[in-house]
Structure formats: structure tokens, C-alpha cells
Design a protein around this ligand. Structure first.
Ligand SMILES: [Ca+2]
Ligand SMILES: [Ca+2]
Ligand SMILES: [Ca+2]
Length: 392
């Protein structure tokens, strides 16, 4: 009987693999000089990845497992298994490295549900040791909009983003709402001790005031942070409620406008005076927004010339629902995109013709992370087929 059950399990696993391969077509890229191929698969709902060096990649699975890929092979033994809350968008979400420290962003239960940034020491093996609680962030009441992406500034500080969590405070541009509480915000933090980065835009007299850590607020939800390697500017992506996913350049003090504004403020029925305006804050329209909301996810600036001069330092953006990878060249001062495709002069993607004009690749099963690899090629992590794709 046991043998028969084991046999059934094998058959079911094989059927699942066949079904997954059948459901998700092989992705492709438009440029005939480039190709996309699966580097490694077998992940369960992967959310973020980190290249440790040219041989090792760490991949996070939403359910709390930290996986290691060595020389293209997924190692059976996980680096770590965290006990995380996985309801809806909660889970193990973001990873970054600063020097010998690895930071992980995860939703955990500690009395109540919170988002927590853990700090580890990266040891030989590789191994993650010396777990510390680096920062506690809110995780309720919303089970969606946890944020979770991490990024490293050019001057070595840690960026993190937490979504609005269905809160209604000053962070959400509700003037009479509760004071800032780390929701709907992008933070810039000293990786050594968790203190605010020294040049943050909102300095207050109360050292416990969350505003001390802020780079930006009025963020609805973000699945993407990216640092432009040429300028050091931080960019984010945000998801709209039922319209206007956004791509933004995040200057220090940026107010993205939620929950009074998504997309351009001109169509929102409010003015900048209706928003919560902290001293040194600045509302700005998105560099580009999408009338249709389909889950714009990660943003990466290709930090290499390996795909040819036309692609060097271009911005690549993924989405969840269509499985597309979009590509943008930047304007001369790199504060926005070169938008000469017909219909994009209004900085809004209104229809499928405009959308098609920015598609670089398609057929991915929900992109959650995009990275420049140590070899200079572009890598995309695909959520529903659990695969890392390489574009070369
Ligand atoms: Ca906005
Ligand atoms: Ca348009
Ligand atoms: Ca990324």
C-alpha cells in the first residue's frame, strides 16, 4: 500500500510538472538578436532573488523558504526556513545585501502580524547566521499591500517599502488622520544600527518619529524598487486600485499622492493643497502610468553593456498579470523616460497599441524580480512557473 501511495505521488508530481509546462509558454523577446532561456526552475512562488557571486543565487519563496542555487542547480537543502504569515500578499518578500550582511523582509506573527526586516551575517558555505531583528514595521489591517522590496542606495543605506495596508492616516494623505506609522512609505535606514540615514528629508525633534526614516510617503503598494546606477536616483513602481499602475522617480521627500491621487493629479479632482504636505515634501506625477491596472512589479536598470549599447542602463519593468517585460530608454538627465512612441507623450499608457510599443518580452508567468547578473546579462524571476530566466 505504501509503495502504491508513493507511486501515486510520483505520478501526480509528474502530472503537475507537465501541466505547469503546458500552461506557461516559453517566454520570448522581440529583438531577434537576443534570446531568453530558463536558467533554473523548481521554485514555489518565488518573490525575490539575490546574486551572491557568479556561482550562487539566493531565491526567496513566499511561504518562507530561502533557497540556494549553486552553479545553476537548485540545492535541495534550504539555507533557512522562516515561519511567516502567508495570507494573500503576506510572506517572505524581499532580500538585499550590504557588505557581509543579508537583509530579509518578511511578514511574521509576533503577538500581532507585523512586517519585519531581519539582518543576518553571510558566512562561508554560504550560510546565513546571527539572525537579528533589524526593524519592525506594520502588517495590518490589510492582508494585501505589504510592500517588501529592499534596495541599496549608492551611498550604502538600505531602502525598504511598506504598502498602505488599508490605513487612513497622514501617510495616506488624510490630513485629519493618525500621524505617520511607517505605512505607505519608503524608508532609508543605516544598515549598521537601524537608525535613519543622515540626509533623510524629514528630520523631526522626536527621534522616535517614523518620519525621520522616510524618503517618501503616499505610496499605495509597491512590488518594485530600483536604483539608477548612473545617477543614484531611486525609482519605484506602484499598483493602482482599479486603474493607474505607476512608475515613479522617488526624489527625497516624494509624496506619491495615495489615497487622493493615483496616476496624474490632473485627473484626480484634487490639488496639491488637498494633500498632506510635510515640510520638504513634494508631490510629483508618475514618470509613466497605465490606465489599466494589471500589477506592475519590479524595476531594474540594466547595469551593463552586455546586451548592446542600445540597452545599456535602460530601465526594465515587469508585470504580474500579462507576464510582460517592458523596456525604457531614459531622457538625457535620467529623470524620466524617452517617450517618443505615438500616444506616450501624455505619460499615460491608454490602450493596447501604446502598451505593445513598450513590450520587450512576453510569456513570463508573473515577474516578481529583475536583476543584472554578475555576468552583465538580464535575469527575470517568474512567480507562477517558479523559474529564473536569463536574457542574453
Ligand atoms: Ca502616485
Ligand atoms: Ca497615452
Ligand atoms: Ca530587482
Amino acid at each position: 500500500m505504501k509503495k502504491f501511495l508513493a507511486f501515486c505521488l510520483v505520478v501526480m508530481t509528474l502530472l503537475t510538472i507537465i501541466q505547469v509546462n503546458f500552461l506557461y509558454a516559453q517566454p520570448s523577446v522581440k529583438d531577434p538578436n537576443l534570446k531568453v532561456k530558463a536558467l533554473v526552475n523548481g521554485f514555489t512562488f518565488p518573490t525575490s532573488m539575490l546574486f551572491l557571486d557568479k556561482n550562487n543565487i539566493i531565491v526567496l519563496e513566499k511561504e518562507g523558504t530561502v533557497r540556494l542555487v549553486t552553479n545553476g542547480i537548485l540545492q535541495p537543502q534550504p539555507l533557512l526556513s522562516l515561519n511567516v504569515d502567508t495570507k494573500n500578499e503576506r510572506g517572505l518578500l524581499g532580500i538585499e545585501r550590504i557588505g557581509d550582511n543579508i537583509f530579509l523582509y518578511a511578514t511574521v506573527k509576533d503577538g500581532q502580524v507585523i512586517n519585519r526586516i531581519f539582518k543576518y551575517t553571510l558566512a562561508a558555505g554560504p550560510k546565513l547566521i546571527n539572525q537579528e531583528v533589524f526593524k519592525n514595521l506594520p502588517g495590518t489591517p490589510g492582508t494585501n499591500h505589504q510592500g517588501g522590496k529592499l534596495a541599496v542606495s549608492r551611498d550604502g543605506y538600505l531602502y525598504s517599502v511598506t504598502g498602505e495596508l488599508q490605513r487612513n492616516g497622514k501617510d495616506q494623505n488624510i490630513i485629519k488622520g493618525p500621524d505617520p506609522d511607517f505605512s505607505g512609505a519608503i524608508l532609508k535606514t543605516n544598515p549598521k544600527d537601524g537608525s535613519p540615514a543622515p540626509n533623510n528629508p524629514f528630520k523631526t525633534n522626536n527621534s522616535n518619529d517614523p518620519l525621520n526614516w522616510y524618503q517618501a510617503y503616499g505610496i499605495r503598494n509597491s512590488f518594485g524598487l530600483g536604483v539608477d546606477p548612473v545617477t543614484g536616483n531611486l525609482w519605484d513602481t506602484e499598483n493602482g486600485e482599479d486603474s493607474h499602475d505607476e512608475i515613479n522617480m522617488v526624489s527625497p521627500g516624494f509624496n506619491s499622492g495615495w489615497k487622493l491621487v493615483t496616476g496624474p493629479i490632473s485627473g484626480s479632482g484634487v490639488t496639491e493643497n488637498d494633500l498632506v504636505n510635510f515640510p520638504n515634501s513634494k508631490y510629483k506625477d508618475p514618470v509613466l502610468s497605465f490606465v489599466d491596472s494589471f500589477g506592475i512589479t519590479d524595476i531594474e536598470f540594466l547595469n551593463s553593456s552586455k546586451l548592446g549599447p542600445d540597452y545599456t542602463y535602460n530601465a526594465f519593468v515587469g508585470d504580474y498579470r500579462h507576464g510582460n517585460l517592458y523596456r525604457f530608454q531614459l531622457n538625457p538627465d535620467r529623470t524620466g523616460f524617452k517617450l517618443d512612441n505615438p500616444g506616450l507623450e501624455d505619460h499615460v499608457v491608454d490602450n493596447s497599441a501604446e502598451l505593445n510599443s513598450i513590450i520587450f518580452g512576453k510569456g513570463f508567468a508573473g515577474i516578481t524580480d529583475i536583476k543584472t547578473g554578475p555576468d552583465g546579462y538580464l535575469y527575470a524571476l517568474s512567480f507562477n512557473d517558479g523559474t529564473i530566466y536569463k536574457i542574453s
